[in-house]
Design a protein around this ligand. Structure first.
Ligand SMILES: *[C@@H]1O[C@H](CO)[C@@H](O)[C@H](O)[C@H]1NC(C)=O
Ligand SMILES: *[C@@H]1O[C@H](CO)[C@@H](O)[C@H](O)[C@H]1NC(C)=O
Ligand SMILES: *[C@@H]1O[C@H](CO)[C@@H](O)[C@H](O)[C@H]1NC(C)=O
Ligand SMILES: CC(=O)N[C@H]1CO[C@H](CO)[C@@H](O)[C@@H]1O
Length: 888
């Protein structure tokens, strides 16, 4: 490094010493500094300069560890004061210096000035003036004016009895340095995390420093809480191997903190190492190191960070996202998911065990989501053998499993939640896990409802524990620290699994299929009238398993009054095929009642011990609802019940609706057919007449353009022949008319709204533009030129495969660009798919055949809209959004 310095800050062998510049990295003593250059893609070169002609006291030095013949040496009097005087003046500042002399050992002597040139403060002179350094008179030559000045200044300091020249020898200026602390843990605890003033004396690596605590002069080694930087690994032979970016990380910390006045919060002291956070007015180094990719978060020490672990995790996340430095090869666990698959809102349909939920996506699809980083209650040690017992039911028999499931069920069932996928755990095969049951692939996510992280809530109630990971494993919750903190609270407060109390026991009687028991129970349920129940399982549209919390029993329950299509069943006679709509009926019932709290009225039971009755959920009678949705028929036995009339009228509405639906379906299937077919590219020429603020546009077919022209011509001819009587026209909403546009010509239009005779809103049917004008500028449309003769020529379209920006400014930019490019221009148009308002199309410039929408995407004005339709999806590769257009 030293040679590199020479290259950067050349010393000149010629007689007049050359002026050189640098930044003071460190003050070694009252008469020596280390100066560095500017970093250029790595830590910069540095060199030590001892001040010529003066001498300041030596600072205390610690005995070499392990060598008995060396002893601690204390400060020389005024040495620390000299160092401090110099430190405060020059640390981190730009200085210039001359090298006047170089000893054979390579030690360089020179003059140092603050600032860019020798007009700045001469540091040696300042020290001598303050009596903090003496002049080496032995080396002084009388003819050198600078040296003579030093001697004068020293004489003045002597006369004024400054510093070294005060009477009494200055023993009070010698620090009582403490290199070791008897009981560091007590010491740290005694500070109660109050910030302590300190000077950073040495930087070992990016996150380990040696600090001088003030005012008591404890020298302590502090490791930054929460993080770890790449370091210098010491090998067996004593040499050091730097990990990648270790030197850069060290320089990052050094250039900001070395010999700076800081405050330190000493946060913890596990096994001799003191963990702390350094506060500097310019920010906190822990966060900065993470953000710059010089450090990674460390779980165990993150736990003691007092300034908000979430900030640190966020800083690390940002570095990972931008692949800075140590993260240059980082690949996020969800890197291959689309944004919409990474974060979405979905409805909770079912709670599975105590760590997973089934949600219904916008597409209607159901998906199982595991809660990231948590472990549901489970059997430990000897208890594990219990599950070999046939009667073992995990939900009730694993301690706290039921509580956990109920907590999730009550909070989530039927509700919309926010899902943020954290990682996908790959499937494990039984072979890899050595016989342990294999898991299929799992989507693990942080699920929030109303801003509450449900996993955190579960853990804080002691109803789940947090999974521990290897340090470098980022297949974990994006809110991992909060989970750990929640667990620590739960342990401290003895909640749930961490409670010392006896575990709650759920003795649940399973009466399903037990005819004898059911018989005994029947009168009891019949008398009870409406009873509370939770639907635990849906076998089919009309067959359910219920948990009765008051009676703590499980029953099988059949819906009364209806005949529900049967699913496929294994009968003695062979497999019985499912009746039509059985699947739909099951899904209907599941979506409505699974895991919901319901009320049941038990009326009777069948031979197999299944109870039969009515089920109500939020004012809905499930039997009626099934009939109403044409998923069940009314059964004759319903005649006796009080719901018979309701059932019959539901059946009648269903029948009427079905007729409509049948008609609609035949139309739909045609529409679907067109949706399903392969993309057809049949571009036809159009003339773009109008562009709306919402990025829709109106175009005329060029093919029929001549017809419009001749129509207009004869229409205007007629008007010219029989001038119109202005004001004779009464505008009515919805009527066609002709309107006199700004160019003084008449055009066909339709009246959209009449605010007043002076304010009539019209839409020009052949051009797509709109205007508000007075009725005096309107007249009747002669039948000869009506839309029967020629249909409205302007058709509204919008761009396929692009998202219209929500932001108004962004949208305006896109619209402006489109107006510039295609308004009043002939283009080529192909309809890609239908839309609610108008067809979605791709548009090409007539000459270059370049795609207009693609141009917008390339210019960054709009984003690509990925389509759900299979044949359109084929055109979209998630790697490269522009590929839609490559296919087109
Ligand atoms: C230069 O300064 C350093 C630090 O104060 C000191 O240890 C060393 O002895 C000085 N060198 C000479 C030759 O004075
Ligand atoms: C840590 O530094 C960041 C800026 O880097 C600042 O926003 C935050 O308040 C600091 N925290 C403390 C405790 O100083
Ligand atoms: C989902 O998150 C968004 C923003 O983070 C919030 O506005 C919305 O209310 C959340 N929805 C639910 C169901 O929690
Ligand atoms: C008594 C009762 O709850 N009746 C309800 C049965 O369900 C239908 C709709 O499915 C409701 O309209 C009734 O009020």
């Amino acid at each position: 490094m030293a040679s590199a310095v020479a290259a950067q800050v050349q010393s000149n062998p010629a007689s007049a010493p050359q002026l050189q510049r640098g930044i003071v990295k460190m003050v070694l003593s009252g008469c020596a500094v280390i100066v560095r250059g500017q970093p250029r893609g790595g830590p910069p070169p540095e060199r030590q300069i001892n001040l010529s002609n003066i001498r300041a006291g030596a600072l205390a030095r610690r005995a070499v560890q392990g060598q008995t013949d060396t002893k601690d040496t204390p400060d020389e009097p005024w040495a620390f004061q000299a160092r401090e005087f110099l430190r405060k003046k020059v640390i981190g500042k730009e200085v210039c210096f001359t090298v006047e002399n170089k000893t054979p050992q390579g030690r360089e002597y020179g003059m140092v000035y603050l600032g860019k040139d020798t007009s700045g403060e001469n540091i040696a002179e300042s020290l001598v003036t303050e009596g903090l350094a003496t002049v080496r008179r032995e080396g002084i030559r009388g003819n050198n004016p600078e040296q003579a000045r030093l001697c004068d200044l020293e004489d003045q300091a002597k006369a004024a009895k400054k510093g070294l020249w005060t009477e009494g020898g200055g023993a009070h200026t010698v620090r009582e340095l403490k290199y070791t602390i008897e009981n560091p843990r007590n010491f740290v605890d005694s500070l109660h995390q109050k910030p302590v003033n300190a000077i950073i004396e040495h930087v070992r690596d990016g996150c380990i420093v040696r600090a001088l605590l003030l005012p008591d002069y404890y020298l302590v080694t502090v490791m930054l809480s929460g993080i770890k930087c790449p370091t210098f690994k010491r090998d067996a032979d004593g040499s050091e191997t730097p990990e990648p970016f270790s030197a850069e990380a060290k320089f990052f910390t050094e250039s900001r903190l070395l010999q700076r006045d800081v405050q330190i919060i000493l946060e913890s002291c596990p096994n001799q190492v003191i963990l702390g956070t350094i506060l500097h007015p310019n920010g906190n180094i822990t966060e900065l190191l993470l953000k710059e990719g010089f450090a990674r978060c460390v779980d165990w020490s993150m736990a003691v960070y007092t300034q908000g672990a979430e900030k640190l995790r966020a800083a690390e996340r940002s570095a990972k996202e931008h692949k800075v430095r140590i993260w240059k090869d980082y690949v996020a666990p969800t890197a291959n998911l689309d944004q919409k698959d990474r974060q979405f809102v979905a409805k909770v349909m079912q709670v599975v065990n105590a760590d997973a939920i089934v949600v219904k996506l916008n597409s209607g699809e159901h998906k199982t989501i595991h809660l990231s980083s948590i472990r549901p209650p489970r059997l430990e040690g000897e208890e594990k053998n219990k599950d070999k017992d046939k009667r073992f039911r995990p939900l009730y028999d694993i301690p706290y499993m039921f509580e956990a499931r109920e907590f999730l069920r009550k909070k989530l069932i039927g509700k919309k939640v926010n899902v943020t996928v954290d990682y996908i755990r790959a499937a494990t095969s039984a072979m890899e896990t050595g016989g342990v049951p294999a898991f299929p692939e799992r989507t693990c996510a942080t699920v929030t409802i109303g801003g509450i992280n449900i996993a955190e809530a579960l853990v804080s109630k002691g109803l789940a524990t947090v999974i521990r990971y290897r340090q470098d494993d980022d297949q974990r919750s994006s809110h991992y620290d909060e989970l750990l903190a929640a667990e620590a609270r739960a342990i401290k407060n003895g909640k749930g699994l961490h409670s010392k109390k006896e575990v709650p026991i759920h003795r649940v009687a399973d009466i399903s299929g037990e005819t004898q028991k059911a018989k005994q129970f029947l009168p009891f349920l019949q008398r009870a009238g409406r009873s509370e129940a939770v639907v635990e399982y849906v076998f089919s549209g009309s067959r359910l398993k219920l948990y009765m919390p008051k009676e703590t029993c499980l029953i099988t329950f059949l819906l009364a009054g209806i005949e529900c299509p049967r699913g496929s069943r294994n009968m003695p006679s062979g497999m019985q095929v499912a009746e039509p709509y059985s699947e739909e009926a099951t899904i209907f019932t599941k979506e409505l009642v699974l895991q919901r709290e319901v009320e049941v009225e038990v009326e009777s039971m069948d031979k197999a011990g299944n109870f039969i009755g009515w089920l109500h959920i939020e004012g809905v009678n499930l039997s009626v609802a099934l009939v109403d949705n044409a998923l069940s028929k009314v059964h004759f036995t319903a005649e006796r019940s009080s719901y018979y009339k309701t059932l019959l009228s539901a059946e009648e509405t269903a029948r009427q609706r079905k007729e409509k639906v049948t008609n609609l379906k035949s139309q739909l299937s045609v529409a679907q057919l067109t949706e399903e077919k392969e993309r057809v590219a049949k571009y036809r020429p159009v003339y773009v007449t109008e562009i709306t603020d919402g990025l829709h546009f109106f175009a005329q077919d060029v093919e029929t353009g001549t017809k419009l022209e001749s129509l207009m011509e004869s229409m205007r001819g007629e008007i010219a022949a029989q001038p119109l009587v202005e004001g004779s026209f009464t505008p009515r909403r919805g009527d066609f008319c002709i309107a006199k546009f700004g160019d003084g010509e008449w055009y066909r239009a339709r009246i959209e709204k009449v605010e007043s005779p002076a304010k009539v809103h019209v839409y020009y049917i052949d051009y797509g533009n709109r205007e508000i004008l007075s009725s005096t500028r309107l007249a009747a449309l002669s039948p000869a030129f009506s839309t029967r003769t020629l249909p409205p020529q302007a058709t509204e379209y919008t761009f396929a495969f692009i998202q219209v920006p929500q932001d108004e400014d962004a949208r305006t930019d896109a619209v402006d660009s489109v107006v510039r490019d295609i308004q009043n221009t002939q283009c080529l148009l192909n309809v890609e798919y239908s839309g609610i308002v108008c067809p979605h199309v791709t548009l090409q410039f007539a000459d270059s055949k370049d795609d207009v929408g693609l141009g917008l995407v390339k210019e960054g004005l709009v984003m690509v809209d990925v389509r759900k339709e299979k044949h359109l999806q084929k055109m979209v590769s998630d790697k490269h959004t522009l590929s839609i257009w490559r296919v087109l």
